[in-house]
Design a binder for this molecule. Structure first.
Ligand code: NAI
Ligand code: ENO
Length: 307
């Protein structure tokens, strides 16, 4: 990869995503990594585990030499962090982020971006329910998408450099505009997370009735919901407050479909239920046949036995 030349990358916010970037960059070689986190405990942990070449005590020190600065904080903190780092960016540096929402981040960060710096938002579609500097690992982005959202006036060579950086971490890169990104993610990530939070909340409300049976007899579906519902509360609060419009649009559609299924169950309309489930099964199989589910261990790729 060539990052004019491969120099220093500053990571601001040293949690799951930043630590995964740091380990992945180390695996790829070449890059020098500096880092800063608002939490002294996180900075201390980052130093102890050798996450960065240099963990700095101020955002200014972390970004001063950086060719690429990546904001890895919750979406609601992006504006504050941009305000803190932007005055200290090197002329010609690239500023980027990894936030799960793009429209609100662009709105919050852009006013602080100085002339001569390209701000190129990005979003790796990879993560876990864990957070913090010890949660990251080098393979997190392997074969995952990273969506980049070039803003107006971005120099093509800066976009190419950011693309090459993410590719060096193992990701496949695509470009998308912010509004489209936020709608797509509302469907594929944000609303599913909200549904998981709700389902686990419902089970918890019923715990006096079910005692611990819900956990004891959890089939895979509910287990997956509990994993997702264990995700970081600050991060997800910010995601929903920042992607309000698209999430509400998708939730509205979801509720309508849910009511239709509820009515079919009440009315004993098996035909409706069967047709619906047949349609959704075809969607899952289409994803697997297109080779787009890298998590499917045995189903799909050669999994004809289960078709
Ligand atoms: N967790 C996930 O699965 C994914 C998260 N993202 C996005 O990546 C970003 C970071 O998420 P994680 O790494 O999971 O979070 P995390 O909770 O593991 O780490 C965030 C870090 O930011 C620090 N921080 C908060 N405010 C700060 C400030 N003002 N200045 C400096 N540091 C500050 C916190 O102390 C914390 O260490 C979020 O915007 C999230 O939407 C993107 C893809 C996946
Ligand atoms: O852990 C999971 O299942 C995830 O969905 C991880 C994730 C969370 C947030 C993102 O913006 C992207 C990926």
């Amino acid at each position: 990869m060539s990052l004019r030349p491969v120099g220093t990358v500053a990571l601001i916010g040293l949690g799951l995503i930043a630590s995964s970037i740091a380990w992945s960059a180390k695996r790829a070689g070449q890059t020098r990594i500096t880092g800063y986190d608002i939490s002294p405990e996180v900075r201390e942990t980052a130093r102890r585990i050798g996450l960065c070449d240099q963990v700095c005590d101020t955002p200014a020190d972390a970004v001063a030499e950086a060719d690429l600065v990546i904001l890895c904080v919750p979406v609601g903190a992006m504006g504050r962090v941009a305000e803190a780092v932007c005055p200290y960016l090197k002329p010609g540096a690239i500023l980027s982020d990894v936030g799960s929402v793009k429209g609100s981040v662009i709105e919050a960060v852009t006013p602080f971006v100085p002339a001569g710096v390209d701000f190129i938002p990005a979003h790796p579609l990879a993560g876990t329910e864990h957070s913090g500097p010890e949660a990251g690992f080098a393979g997190l982005f392997d074969n995952r998408w990273c969506l980049i959202v070039p803003t107006q006036g971005t120099r093509p060579e800066s976009t190419a450099a950011l693309r090459a950086f993410w590719e060096s971490l193992g990701a496949n890169v695509d470009e998308m505009d912010a509004q489209h990104h936020d709608l797509v993610l509302a469907v594929t990530s944000h609303t599913p997370h909200l549904i998981a939070y709700t389902m686990v909340g419902v089970a918890d409300d019923l715990r006096r009735v079910t005692d611990s049976e819900v956990i004891k007899y959890s089939a895979a579906g509910f287990r997956d919901f509990t994993r997702i519902a264990a995700s970081d509360p600050t991060m997800w609060r910010d995601v929903f407050l920042s992607n309000k419009e698209a999430t509400l649009e998708i939730l509205g559609r979801f509720t309508e479909e849910l009511f239709a299924l509820q009515r079919a169950i009440r009315q004993g309309d098996g035909e409706h239920l069967h047709a619906y489930f047949t349609r959704t099964r075809a969607i899952r199989r289409g994803i697997i046949e297109a080779g787009q589910d890298t998590d499917a261990p045995d189903f799909g790729r050669g999994g004809a036995a289960r078709k």
